[in-house]
Design a protein around this ligand. Structure first.
Ligand SMILES: Cc1cc2nc3c(=O)[nH]c(=O)nc-3n(C[C@H](O)[C@H](O)[C@H](O)COP(=O)(O)OP(=O)(O)OC[C@H]3O[C@@H](n4cnc5c(N)ncnc54)[C@H](O)[C@@H]3O)c2cc1C
Length: 500
C-alpha cells in the first residue's frame, strides 16, 4: 500500500509554499486532506506529521486491547463505509485510515517525521511561515502557507499524565503509563494494579486479565460505562438484506445518532432515569450482590465525562470471573510492594499501570506568533470552537466527546472548504475572526462549561485554552446535533469575519 507518503527533499534553505498546510496525520488530518482534494480540487497542500506513520492516537497507543470506545460508523468518516463490528481495534482503525489514504492518493501529500515547531503569521505578506524539524535528517525546514489547518489533536503524544504520588520510587516493580507501553512487556502471572477507571483502564484490564495473575482496578471514584453486544442490529439486518454497504453505513449512522441524541437528552432532562439504565446494565453482568453503589455509581450526572462502551461486558466478565477486581479508595503512598491506601489497606503488586490520562496540548507545542507578537491562545475567544479572535487564516479541529470525534472532522472540513472557496471567489487573502461591537461586553467563559463536561485533563489545562462567549458564534457547545445544522448555515458575510 502506498500510504507512507513522501519523504521529499526540500533543498536546504529553500522555502516551499502550499495553499493549505495541515498539522498532523491522525483521523482529523487525513480527513482534512480528503476533503481538500474532493471539495477544493486544485488547492495545493501538505500535511506535516511528527510520527513515522499516520494514525495519531491509534498509532501512539499500543497497550494490549487498544480499541475505540465509540462505534466506527460515526467514528469513521461519513464518506467511507465501516463494514465490520462497531467497536474496533487500533489495528482495524489504522487499516481503515490506510485505505482512505490509498484510495484517494493522499500519501503524496503527507510528510512524516516532520514536527512543526513554529508558526508565524505576517499580515504584510498574508502568510503563515511554518518551521518543522525533520527527525530523520535533523534538518529544519521552512514552509509558507495561506491557511493553517490544525489537526494536531489535544494531548501530548510523547508522554501521558502521571500524578506525583508520594514515594513512587519505593516501588520495586515497573510503573508503566499505557501511552508508553513497552514492547513485549511481560505481565504473565503477575499481580497488576491499574490506577484509573476511564476508557483506557476499561480496555486494558480485560485484555491483560487473561494472562496476568490478577488485575486490580484502583479508582478514586467510579465511572459510568455502557455495555452491550459489539453489534448494531440495524446494520446486521441491512446486511442480511444485502443492502449496499454505503447505505448500511449511512442508515446505521443515522440510527446511532438518533439513539445517542435521545440518550444525551435523557441525561439532561431525567438524569436519574439515565443513571438507572446504565447501572442496571452493569448489574446484569455482576449480579445483585456486587457492590455497584461503591464501585460503579459516580457522583456526577451521566455524560459529564466520557462514557466508554464495554463490548460484550468484557470488563465485567473479568470481574465476575475473579481475574480482575475493583478497589475504590485513595492512594496514600507507594510502598516497596505496592500501594498503601488512605483506608490503611496495602495493595500488593508486581506491576503498576497508571491509566491516569493525558497532558493537554492545545497547540501541538508549536510556538505561535502573529505579526511579531507571541500568541497565547488563552487570550483569544473562539469562533464556534474552531477559529480564534485575532488569529487569521487558522482553524483547529477539536472533535466531540459525547459523540464521535470524527463527526466534527467532517463538519469543520465542510466549513473550511466553503470558506476557502468564498475567499478565492471574493479575491481576499485574509480572514480574521473578530468580536463585533455588540460582542464587546459579552462575558468570557472557559473553553468548555465544566457543568457540561469535565474530564480531568480538561480541568487541569483549561487555563491554557481559548475562551468562549455566551452567543452562538462564540460558543463551543460540543453539540453535534446543533452544529450539524448550524455549520452549513454559517453566514460567511457575518461581521465576525473580517476579510482583507
Ligand atoms: C486510547 C484512546 C481511545 C480513544 N477512543 C475514542 C473513541 O472511541 N471515539 C472518539 O470519538 N474519540 C476517541 N478518542 C479521542 C481521540 O483522540 C480522537 O477521537 C481522535 O483520534 C483524535 O484525532 P486527531 O487526528 O484530531 O488527533 P490525534 O489522534 O491526537 O493525532 C494528531 C496527530 O498530530 C501529530 N502532531 C501533533 N503535534 C504536531 C506537530 N507540532 N507537528 C506535526 N505533527 C503533530 C501527532 O503526532 C498525531 O499523529 C480516544 C483517545 C484515546 C487516547
Amino acid at each position: 500500500m502506498n500510504v507512507q507518503g513522501q519523504i521529499r527533499k526540500a533543498s536546504p534553505g529553500a522555502t516551499e509554499h502550499f495553499d493549505v498546510l495541515i498539522a498532523g496525520a491522525g483521523i482529523s488530518g487525513v480527513g482534512a486532506a480528503y476533503h481538500l482534494t474532493t471539495q477544493c480540487p486544485g488547492t495545493t497542500f501538505v500535511a506535516l506529521e511528527t510520527q513515522k506513520t499516520f494514525g495519531g492516537t491509534w498509532n501512539t497507543h499500543r497497550y494490549p486491547g487498544i480499541r475505540s470506545d465509540s462505534d466506527l460508523h460515526t467514528f469513521g468518516y461519513r464518506f467511507k463505509p465501516w463494514t465490520s463490528a462497531p467497536i474496533a481495534t487500533a489495528a482495524e482503525i489504522l487499516k481503515y485510515m490506510g485505505e482512505v489514504i490509498e484510495e484517494n492518493d493522499l500519501g503524496r501529500h503527507i510528510r512524516y517525521q516532520h514536527r512543526i515547531t513554529s508558526a508565524k503569521w505576517s499580515s504584510a505578506e498574508n502568510l503563515w511561515t511554518i518551521e518543522a524539524n525533520r527527525a530523520d535528517t535533523g534538518e529544519t525546514l521552512r514552509f509558507t502557507t495561506n491557511f493553517f489547518w490544525m489537526c494536531q489533536g489535544y494531548y501530548r503524544h510523547a508522554e501521558g499524565y502521571t500524578p506525583a504520588w508520594k514515594e513512587m520510587t519505593a516501588f520495586k516493580g515497573p510503573i508503566v503509563h499505557p501511552q508508553k507501553w513497552p514492547e513485549d512487556f511481560d505481565y504473565k502471572n503477575k499481580r497488576v494494579i491499574v490506577i484509573g477507571s476511564g476508557a483506557t483502564a476499561a480496555t486494558l484490564i480485560p485484555a491483560i486479565a487473561r494472562d496476568a495473575g490478577h488485575v486490580t482496578m484502583l479508582q478514586r471514584s467510579p465511572t459510568y460505562f455502557r455495555t452491550g453486544r459489539n453489534a448494531i442490529e440495524i446494520a446486521e439486518t441491512l446486511r442480511q438484506l444485502q443492502v449496499d454497504e454505503k447505505w448500511v453505513h449511512e442508515i446505521t449512522r443515522r440510527k446511532i445518532l438518533f439513539d445517542q441524541d435521545a440518550f444525551t437528552r435523557k441525561t439532561f432532562e431525567d438524569p436519574e432515569a439515565a443513571k438507572k439504565d446504565l447501572l442496571s446494565a452493569v448489574e446484569a453482568y455482576l449480579g445483585p450482590d456486587y457492590d455497584i453503589a461503591t464501585h460503579f455509581t459516580p457522583k456526577y450526572r451521566p455524560w459529564r465525562q466520557r462514557i466508554a462502551f464495554i463490548p460484550d461486558g468484557d470488563l465485567f466478565q473479568g470481574i465476575k470471573s475473579g481475574k480482575a477486581s475493583v478497589v475504590t479508595d485513595q492512594i496514600d503512598r507507594f510502598t516497596e510492594n505496592g500501594i498503601l491506601l488512605k483506608s490503611g489497606i496495602e495493595l500488593e503488586a508486581d506491576i503498576i499501570i497508571t491509566a491516569t490520562g493525558f497532558n493537554l496540548s492545545a497547540n501541538g507545542d508549536i510556538a505561535f506568533e502573529v505579526d511579531g507578537k507571541p500568541l497565547d491562545f488563552a487570550d483569544t475567544v473562539t469562533y464556534r470552537g474552531m477559529m480564534f479572535t485575532g488569529v487569521p487564516n487558522l482553524v483547529w479541529v477539536f472533535g466531540y466527546f459525547r459523540a464521535s470525534w470524527t463527526l466534527r472532522v467532517d463538519l469543520v472540513a465542510d466549513f473550511v472548504c466553503r470558506l476557502l472557496t468564498h475567499m478565492k471567489a471574493s479575491g481576499v487573502r485574509k480572514v480574521t475572526p473578530t468580536l463585533r461591537s455588540e460582542d464587546h461586553n459579552m462575558p468570557l467563559l472557559p473553553w468548555i462549561d465544566a457543568e457540561n463536561f469535565n474530564p480531568g485533563y480538561m480541568m487541569r489545562g483549561m487555563h491554557l485554552l481559548p475562551k468562549r462567549g455566551d452567543k452562538p458564534e462564540w460558543q463551543h457547545n460540543q453539540d453535534y446535533w446543533a452544529e450539524k445544522d448550524e455549520f452549513p448555515a454559517i453566514d460567511l458575510a457575518d461581521r465576525a469575519f473580517i476579510y482583507e
